[in-house]
Structures are given as C-alpha cells and as structure tokens.
Design a protein around this ligand. Structure first.
Ligand SMILES: [Zn+2]
Length: 408
C-alpha cells in the first residue's frame, strides 16, 4: 500500500453517491439536460461548496468550483464531465470530476497554498446529448461552440433554452481567459493499461476523427431472373470495400501510431429478399493521432473507390474532419516525474476517444491521465475501475499540479 495524501474512501463515497443518481431501473443513466443530471449537479454543487470552493455555473453551462490562489497567476483548471451515455457506466467522466474535487479537498486539508487559482470543472454535455452534439460546455469555454447549435431542438426545447435551464447563458461569450494549465483524469476505456499491468497512461494526443459517407450505386434487378454474371450488386461491392477498409486500417495501425477505421453504419436499398441490392450506404469513422496517416487513408479510400466492379459507381462525402490534438509536452513531463516520484508505472499512449481536454488544449497547455478499465469495458453498465487506481492517478495529478504551480 502506498501512503497517499489523496483520500481513497472519499473518492469511493462520491462515486457511489453519483452512481445512485440514475434514471430508475436504468443503471447508470444521467444524461445531460435531464432531471437526473440536474439532481447530480445539485449534489456536486453542494459538495463543491462543502469543500470551501466558490461555486458558479459559467455562461457555457459548466459547473465550476474555485479556490483562490495567492499570487494572481491565473488558473489551473482540473475536471471532466458528470453526464453519462444511456445505460452507461459509473466512471466515465465522473471519475475525473470526483478526483478534481478530492484534489481540492486534499490541498486544503494539507495546507497547500497555491500561487494559481485552482478551478475544478464539470463540463456540460461531453457525451453526445439529446441534441445530437457533444462537448457543449468545453467548446463554449474554448470559444468554439457553433452559434447555430443554439437552435437545435429536442422535444420542443431549444439547446439555448436547455443551456439556460442548467444556469448558463447562450447569448454571452463563455470563453475563459485566464487558464494556464488543464488536467483531466479519465478512465482509459480500453485494454492497454490492464493488459500491460500498467498503473497509468499519460496521453500524448487525442485522436482526430474523420467521418466519411460512402454511397455505392449499382442496379436493382430481379433476384431470380438476373443471371449471376449480369448483375451490378451494390452490396457485394460494398462488402468487399468494408473488408478492404479493415485490412488497410490494420496495416496503418501497425505503422506505430494509433489508427482505427470502423464502418459503424451500413444500409442497403431497396432491402428486399427478391431484389439485387441497388445501392449501399456506409459511414466510416476513422481516427488518427498523426494527420499524415489520416491523409494517407483518405487517399487510399479514394483510389479504392475508383477501382470497383463494372456497373458500380461510388460517391463519397467527408461529413466531418477534425485534426488530432497533441497534449502539452511540458505537462506530460511533470506527470511523468510525479509518477516516478510516487512509484507509479506509466506509459505514453494516444486517446482514441474524444475528451473535453481536446477543447481545453485550445486555451492552455493540457494533459490527461488515464487509469485502467476492467477488460476495457466502457459506455456500458459493466464499466469498472479500481478506486485504488483512480486514487493513484489523482495523487500523481496532484503532484504534477503542485510542480506546475511552483514553476517560475
Ligand atoms: Zn468521458
């Protein structure tokens, strides 16, 4: 057992208390903008207050707790998100919010006076919300939440109104100006740490995500009368394309940096047993931490689509294309030193999932600490991380925050 300043049982209690705030009969569901989410927020705000923090909701709808520093050097921001996916887990996001709170409490208890303000954050709606968009709060804080999103509607309520309902103000700029560093602890949501027996992952970059819609058009024909050699079957061509995407993505992933490509949506028309498929639509989600890798994949895909069986035509549309976001080498090195000091094993790794840190990196140096996920499961009720692993990650993060604060 390590001798930690971080209080493990308080982390366990907070996680359990938030887990109990779930839609009845649907563990664990606390989606942004739902009554359950508001209840979780009220609980958190009270907890922030009890820790002596000055609590407010910013214009972007983020719940913030501030601890004033001594030297007016700006703010060290620490946090994550308390919203969940439907039928999700108890740790995704929540672990990072609870850890931020525990760090604030620990600093107080142990009499650490920081030169910077410390602000802990529960970012609004990190997960894809009922409005179909994600990272609403961190985008607002980074000054990049699209205006047009205000008009998005769900069950007769606009996103603008929903932001007002959580205490934000969609008409005001929400960009934070004084952030000097951002830290986020998050569960890994994959198997790398657990399978390697590693305590912590220090995130080097958050993958860029590119989504490409491909439509293959062939010719619908009678399934019984059209001989096998005379068809333009869009599904057969699409199936071969999907297999080749898998092969190419595997090849790119073996080149040494994180790369994935997934066909997660697939449909054919007309979709009848006795009709040769006339068209197929697929949606590719490709993720890379090195931009040239993504460009290589797109070029490969375009060449592949030019090489189709006779009678099949391909069209494609890039629906979204976000660049990878590197984390800050200076903060990574502070975390690395802290891990060494505390005897925690760590590896450098990329994040294949998106996080609020990707938006905070637009404002200030940003870094993330991953803790192991049991069997890599996440976004499901089985999601689990050991409290001792979370506490160790918190301790390393606290140490790095102290080191950052002491820097000239
Ligand atoms: Zn998350």
């Amino acid at each position: 057992m390590r001798n930690l300043r971080i209080n493990e049982s308080r982390i366990a209690e907070d996680l359990a208390a938030l887990a109990a705030i779930t839609d009845p009969g649907r563990p664990w569901t606390r989606r942004a903008f739902s009554p359950r989410f508001d209840e979780g927020r009220r609980w958190l705000a009270a907890r922030f207050q009890a820790a002596g923090l000055t609590v407010r909701t910013d214009a972007g709808g983020n719940l913030l707790g501030r601890r004033a520093g001594g030297a007016g050097l700006g703010t060290i921001l620490v946090g994550s998100h308390s919203d969940t996916v439907p039928d999700g887990g108890r740790f995704d996001g929540v672990a990072g919010v609870v850890v931020a709170l525990e760090i604030a409490r620990m600093l107080d208890e142990r009499g650490y006076r920081l030169r910077h303000d410390l602000c802990i954050a529960d970012f609004l709606a990190e997960e894809v919300s009922v409005f179909g968009v994600s990272c609403i709060g961190s985008r607002a804080m980074a000054g990049v939440r699209p205006e047009a999103w205000n008009g998005l509607e769900h069950e007769g309520r606009s996103l603008a109104q929903a932001i007002r309902d959580v205490g934000g103000n969609p008409d005001l700029g929400a960009k934070a100006e004084d952030i000097r560093a951002f830290f986020e602890l998050h569960i890994e949501q994959g198997v790398v740490l657990e399978s390697g027996g590693t305590d912590l992952g220090l995130v080097t970059a958050i993958a860029g995500i590119t989504r490409i819609e491909v439509t293959l058009t062939g010719r619908p024909d009678h399934a019984g009368t059209t001989p096998m050699g005379y068809r333009a079957d869009a599904l057969v061509a699409a199936a071969a394309l999907v297999t080749d995407i898998e092969t190419e993505a595997t090849r790119l992933a073996q080149m040494g940096s994180h790369f994935t490509a997934t066909v997660g949506e697939f449909s054919i028309t007309p979709g009848a047993a006795n009709v040769v498929p006339g068209s197929a639509r697929l949606l590719i989600d490709a993720r890379a931490v090195e931009r040239p890798r993504m460009e290589g994949f797109i070029a490969w895909l375009q060449a592949r689509m030019a090489d189709l069986p006779a009678g099949i035509r391909a069209d494609h549309r890039i629906l979204s294309d976000n660049a990878p976001v590197p984390m800050d080498p200076g903060l990574i090195s502070l975390l690395d030193q802290a891990a060494a000091t505390l005897g925690a094993s760590q590896i450098l790794m990329a994040s294949g999932a998106g996080h609020d840190a990707a938006f905070m990196a637009r404002l200030a140096p940003a870094a993330m600490v991953f803790v192991p996920s049991l069997a890599g499961r996440s976004h499901c009720p089985e999601e689990f991380s050991e409290i001792s692993d979370i506490a160790l990650g918190a301790e390393v993060m606290a140490e790095a925050i102290l080191a950052f604060d002491a820097q000239k």
